[in-house]
Structures are given as structure tokens and as C-alpha cells.
Design a binder for this molecule. Structure first.
Ligand SMILES: [Zn+2]
Length: 129
């Protein structure tokens, strides 16, 4: 037996109307930061083949931002390039010092500011690190 997409959505809609919740637990930036995501029947069907696309859309970010948020462990990382040519991985301090940011849209918004860690922030202002 195989169901097409419309049949699946119809079946899930039937279940949902009976009180069955469709909840996914997408990956967060760290293992225990998987937040429940309540899905519509159409989203549940799409989630099977494109979980990142569904999560990104629901969070209001691009798939690339979602992936970057996960790879940064949800932390605000320094934007400086080290002498080895790699991006500094130090956490940006100050008012944005959190263990991690749960909201990928908020994380992506701050990420676009291109802030540096304390050491590279001083270097950027002409001081010795
Ligand atoms: Zn740095």
C-alpha cells in the first residue's frame, strides 16, 4: 500500500481533528536543545523529506542560517580571521554572553553584525591583542 501526498495529509488531518498532535523534535545547537515543533499535516509530510527546510521556515531563517546556528552551538562567535586563516571561535562577550541562543532568528540577526571577541575587538581598534 502506498499513499500519495494528498492521502497522507488527509489521514493526518483526520488524526489531528481527533486530537492527535504532530510534534517533531528537530536538532538544536546542542543535544539537549531540541525544542518541540508542532506541525500541521502538510508540514509533517514535508518534514519527512526536508526537516531543515520546515524548521528554518518556522523559525524565520534560511536553511544556511539554521545550519550555521547549529554549527556555532547557538553561541555568538568572533568574526576575526586568525593568522592560520580560520575564523576565531571565541565567544563574543558583553551583553550577548549567553550559554547559547535558543532562537535561531535572533542568533542570525546578531551574527550579521560581525562582532569580535574581546581580544580581536581591541586588535580591530589598533590596540595590541
Ligand atoms: Zn576573536
Amino acid at each position: 500500500m502506498s499513499l500519495n501526498r494528498d492521502d497522507l495529509i488527509e489521514a493526518l488531518t483526520y488524526l489531528r481533528e481527533a486530537g492527535v498532535n504532530l510534534v517533531a523534535w528537530p536538532d538544536g545547537p546542542i543535544d539537549d536543545l531540541s525544542l518541540p515543533l508542532d506541525l500541521s499535516p502538510a508540514e509533517a509530510v514535508e518534514y519527512v523529506t526536508d526537516p531543515a527546510g520546515v524548521v528554518a521556515r518556522r523559525c524565520g531563517v534560511s536553511v544556511n542560517d539554521l545550519i550555521a546556528w547549529r554549527e556555532a552551538d547557538g553561541k555568538y562567535r568572533c568574526h576575526a580571521i586568525t593568522c592560520k586563516g580560520k575564523r576565531c571561535r571565541h565567544v563574543v562577550a558583553g551583553e550577548y554572553w549567553y550559554a547559547f541562543e535558543r532562537d535561531p532568528a535572533k542568533w542570525a540577526s546578531f551574527e550579521r553584525l560581525g562582532r569580535c571577541c574581546l581580544m580581536h575587538g581591541r586588535a580591530a581598534q589598533g590596540e595590541r591583542p
